[in-house]
Design a protein around this ligand. Structure first.
Ligand code: GDP
Length: 300
């Protein structure tokens, strides 16, 4: 799926609502700003960002003596685009000298396994040798689910039995990757949040094993967030992301929400770049995050 299709719900629930407001109210007055504020907050742009944006628009209206809402619309789009654009690097870093290890972290159900499967497919299509590690030994069914993806995209999965030590799985996976001349190793991890300190310990152990076996690895630690949970996703990233070595974010299920404004909130409130977005359940429904394309898809 491309951004244009994947962002249809957000376009309807957000961009088209703004357009409707402009046509209906015509004049810029207090009620106009109030309704606009409601739409933006409803799309999960984030209260702080919305307040700043509205203040900014009020200033523009005064400065340029704008009266008609229709004249404000291009300024508004411009500002939203400005909030989304960034010059930060959102490319996934590959190791030029050998195996690239990418670790995925995130709460259960956010779409970690699906993203790993999709990314395995993407790299395989590019002619790379890919391997997946079933490091979520905690959640029932997680290993099998990764295996289903492995079969679907034709990529091998390194696993142990449920309940085993994830660091041991990673050790096996790294050895297998070395033996087989693998380019990309994608590692799943457990996502239970109820036991945060244990989870951190587990992740640290995984880090140590990977670092010891491949200097410089992991090359990316991607935190997966579910866009349909909106501000919750942002809270999760704040709580968990900035202190666990996370290098980038994956925002899944953008196709399933009208609250795509969460991308703006994330960009405003976190220093972590969004590197990938999920736009559906199929193996092709993963895109590198590109703010220009995103904006284009939103306002198309
Ligand atoms: P995990 O527990 O984090 O590994 O999550 P899963 O990969 O099992 O995903 C949970 C559910 O979300 C599954 O039903 C997936 O098909 C679905 N899912 C994952 N990514 C996307 C996406 O980008 N769009 C949609 N619509 N569904 C997704």
């Amino acid at each position: 799926k491309q951004f244009k299709d994947g962002l249809e719900k957000t376009r309807k629930g957000f961009v088209e609502k703004v357009a409707e407001l402009v046509t209906r109210r015509k004049k810029i007055d207090e009620e106009f700003f109030e309704e606009l504020e409601e739409i933006l907050i409803g799309a999960d742009v984030g209260v702080n960002t919305v307040m700043e944006l509205i203040d900014d628009l009020r200033d523009e209206v005064k400065k340029r003596k704008i009266e008609d809402a229709v004249d404000l619309q291009p300024i508004m789009s411009e500002k939203l685009i400005g909030l989304l654009r960034g010059d930060e690097d959102n490319e996934i870093k590959l190791n030029p000298d050998g195996i690239t290890v990418i670790l995925f972290v995130g709460v259960n159900g956010v779409g970690k396994t699906t993203t790993i499967g999709k990314l395995a497919h993407y790299y395989k299509q590019q002619g790379k040798r890919v391997l997946m590690a079933a490091g979520d030994t905690f959640r029932a069914g997680a290993i099998e689910q990764l295996e289903v993806w492995g079969e679907r995209v034709g990529v091998e999965v390194i696993k142990q039995s449920a309940g085993s030590d994830p660091a041991a799985v990673m050790f096996d996976a790294v050895q297998a990757a070395k033996q087989r001349g693998v380019d990309i190793l994608l590692c799943d991890t457990a996502g239970r949040l109820q036991n945060k300190s244990n989870l951190m310990e587990e992740l640290n152990k995984i880090f140590r094993v990977i670092q010891r076996e491949i200097p410089g690895a992991p090359h990316e630690v991607l935190m997966v967030l579910d866009a349909t949970t909106g501000q919750n996703a942002l809270a999760q990233a704040k709580l968990f992301g900035e202190k666990s070595g996370v290098t980038g974010l994956v925002l899944t299920k953008l196709d399933g929400t009208a609250k795509g404004g969460i991308v703006i909130a994330i960009r405003q409130e976190l220093s972590l770049p969004v590197k990938l977005v999920g736009l559906g359940e199929k193996m092709e429904d993963l895109q590198k995050f590109d703010s220009e394309q995103f904006v284009h898809g939103l306002f198309a």
